[in-house]
Write a protein that binds this ligand. Sequence first.
Ligand SMILES: [Fe+2]
Ligand SMILES: [Fe+2]
Length: 331
Amino acid sequence: MAPMALDSPNFSEDSTNHRDGLALEETSDAIDKVNLLKASMRVKNGTATQADVDIYTASQFDAEKDKTQFRQYDDACDRVKDFYREQHTKQTVAYNLRAREDFRNNTRGEMTIWQAMEKLNTLIDESDPDTSLSQIEHLLQSAEAIRRDGKPAWFQLVGLIHDLGKLLFFFGSEGQWDVVGDTFPIGCRFDANSIIYPGTFTANPDATHEVFSSEHGIYAPGCGLDNVMLSWGHDEYLYLICRDQSTLPAEALAMIRYHSFYPWHSAGGYRWMMNEKDEGMLKAVRAFNPYDLYSKSDELPRAEELKAYYMGLINEFFPPREGEGERVIRW
Ligand SMILES: [Fe+2]
Ligand SMILES: [Fe+2]
C-alpha cells in the first residue's frame, strides 16, 4: 500500500524528547563564528581560498576593528573548544559503525521536506534574542541568496535543506557532538594541520590504535571520499537520506555531505584521499560554503510567501510516489 500524505509528521516513539534545541543551536552558531574567524585569519595571512575571500568580503568581518566582536569570538572559542573536546573523544570507528548500523535498521519518522523544516523550527526554539535566526529563516536565507545569484534549481534546494539533518538531535543522537561541528575522516590519523583543536583527541582510543592512528589507516591513497567514513553528524545523515530518496545530482549530494568538512574544503587537509570525482566535488562544496556562513546576516525571508516556489523545487527533486501529494521521506 502506498503511504498516505500526512497531515502532521509521524515521529517514531519518543522522538520529541526533552532535548535542548536552543543549546544545540548556540553551539552550532559558535562553531560558525569560529569558522568565520578562521577564514578571516587566512585572508590576513595570505593563505585564503576563494571561498574564504568571498566570506570575508561578504561579511566584512574585521575582528581588530570591533573589540566587542572579538570578545564574543573569544567566548565562542571557549564554548567551541569544550564541544570539540567531547566530539574528538567520542567520534571513533566503533561509534561510527554503530551509528550507520542504527541508521540502516531504523526509520526515525516519516514526513515531507516542508514538515521537516517546520519540525526543526519548533524543536529549536528561538526564544533567545541573541540567537539570531530560526532554522527556517537560515534555510530560506541560504536558498534565497543562491537563487538571487542565478544558480540552478538543485543548488537552491541544497540551500533550503542542508541543515535538516539536525533533526537527528531529536531522533536519539547521543548528544550535540554527533550532530553538529566540523567533520573529519574516521579510521585514519586525525590530521593535526587541518582539524580544529587537534590537541583534544588524546582521550580518543583511535588516536593510539595501531591501524587507525597511522597516516592512511584503513584507506588507500586516492580511494575517493565516497569510500571514506566521515564523522557522524547532520551532514552524513541527510546525505544518506538524499542519496537514497531524491534525484539530486552528485554536486548537490557533495554540498550536503561535506558542508561541515572544513578540514578538507577550507584547511586543505586529506588531499591524499581524493580521486578525480572529488576534485569537482570540492569546487561545488566551496561554491556552497559562503551561502551557509554568510547569508545569516541578510534580511529576513517570509516563509509563507516563499513556500509555493520552494514546493516546486522539492517536488522536482523529491518526486511524489503514486498516491502521494508530496513525497513522504523516511527519516
Ligand atoms: Fe550545517
Ligand atoms: Fe547551515
